[in-house]
Design a binder for this molecule. Structure first.
Ligand SMILES: Cc1cc2nc3c(=O)[nH]c(=O)nc-3n(C[C@H](O)[C@H](O)[C@H](O)COP(=O)(O)OP(=O)(O)OC[C@H]3O[C@@H](n4cnc5c(N)ncnc54)[C@H](O)[C@@H]3O)c2cc1C
Length: 328
């Protein structure tokens, strides 16, 4: 089995920057991601939103930032494994590690955990009638906007994600119905205003989906208004359930790492309590931690500076400036 210097678990923005930096600095690098695509929250949760607080990008669409990060990471040819969720960890006699996914095992001298919110577990629609239509009209992960061309779409939820998706989907869609069980939205009021003024959007507050109906595919949704218990049938080709995601470390919880809830406690240069295992990005906890892309990038620099010295004590003292490295 090929042994790597560093294996990065999670291909979100922080793991991608980690893959770029580790391979740029000559470490033999592997990146393992549980989803079929890289990009983490940027791609999965808010691809169509603008981000304004990443250094060097005054304003950038989340999906474009993800593409830039993927491009930067792949430039230095790390090994990338997609659709593999890391479950088990085994420490070898010489202090290296073997991590296991359902399909493969990977050996590495160090591990860098950048698993963010964990493998994204969407909050499910509670109605039993939803289940047969998952991926036959009901989406927990939003497909490309072109998928909704000319469709009648119901978006469920009251937070920023629901509002953003409703607005983005209203462009290709024939009509969007936004359904929220409360009277007020938790998301940005400016987006609520844009939705209220949109000619192809209807908003139904105090309402919930009571039943999903159809044959082999979804055809309609029965809504119930809690105020007077009245029912209303909406013809629908698609439902986007934007009810949020549950952070879950999954099997990483059982690795003997010091945890703070669903986060991994790190100290100094992003070191966990286990030798050779580091963590960075949304998954970590330390005093003053901010869950931002910018802080995740800084943490990666600290982690890899230390990992490089851990792998080769002659290289202790931090990462050299990249401007001194001759690259194509
Ligand atoms: C709606 C929204 C808007 C946001 N806006 C901003 C903003 O404007 N500015 C900003 O700085 N931040 C913003 N954030 C936060 C930002 O997206 C996160 O801080 C950032 O994505 C964290 O990156 P990460 O790489 O640590 O984790 P993630 O992006 O969560 O990526 C982790 C990756 O690890 C994978 N993974 C998890 N477990 C495993 C496993 N066991 N095996 C293999 N792979 C695994 C996951 O599938 C995922 O792809 C926003 C977040 C949301 C939800």
């Amino acid at each position: 089995m090929d042994r790597y210097d560093v294996t990065i678990i999670g291909g979100g923005p922080v793991g991608l920057f980690g893959a770029a930096l580790a391979s740029l600095h000559g470490m033999k690098t592997k990146l393992i991601e549980s989803l079929p695509q890289l990009g983490g929250q940027l791609y999965t949760l808010y691809p169509e939103k603008y981000v304004y607080d990443v250094a060097g990008f005054p304003k950038v669409l989340a999906k474009d930032l993800a593409e830039q990060l993927i491009d930067q990471a792949l430039r230095y040819h790390p090994t990338v494994c997609l659709s593999q969720t890391v479950n088990d960890l085994e420490m070898l006699d010489d202090g290296a590690y073997r991590v296991h996914t359902l399909s493969e095992s990977h050996e590495s001298r160090t591990i860098l955990i950048t698993s963010g919110l964990g493998s994204f577990t969407p909050r499910k629609l509670p109605q039993a009638s939803a289940e047969p239509f998952v991926d036959r009209g009901i989406h927990y992960f939003v497909p490309a906007m072109s998928h909704f061309q000319g469709q009648r779409v119901v978006v469920v939820g009251g937070g920023d994600s629901a509002l953003d998706w409703a607005l983005a989907i209203a462009e290709p869609a024939a009509h969007v119905t936004l359904v929220h069980r409360r009277g007020e939205f938790r998301g940005q009021q400016e987006t609520v205003r844009q939705l209220e003024e949109h000619p192809r959007v209807s908003i139904r507050t105090f309402s919930e989906c009571a039943e999903f109906q159809g044959g082999t595919r979804l055809e309609s949704v029965v809504l119930i208004d809690h105020r007077d218990k009245s029912q209303h049938v909406v013809v629908a080709d698609a439902v986007v359930a934007a009810l949020g995601f549950l952070p879950d470390l999954g099997a990483l919880k059982t690795w003997g790492l010091t945890l703070d809830g669903s986060s991994i406690v790190v100290e100094g240069p992003m070191r966990t309590n286990r030798p050779g295992i580091y963590a960075a990005g949304d998954v970590v906890a330390y005093e003053g931690k901010e869950k931002l892309i910018a802080t995740g990038f800084g943490e990666i620099g600290n982690a890899l500076g230390h990992i490089r010295g851990y792998l080769d004590p002659k290289k202790r003292g931090g990462l050299p400036h990249s401007s001194n490295i001759k690259m194509d």
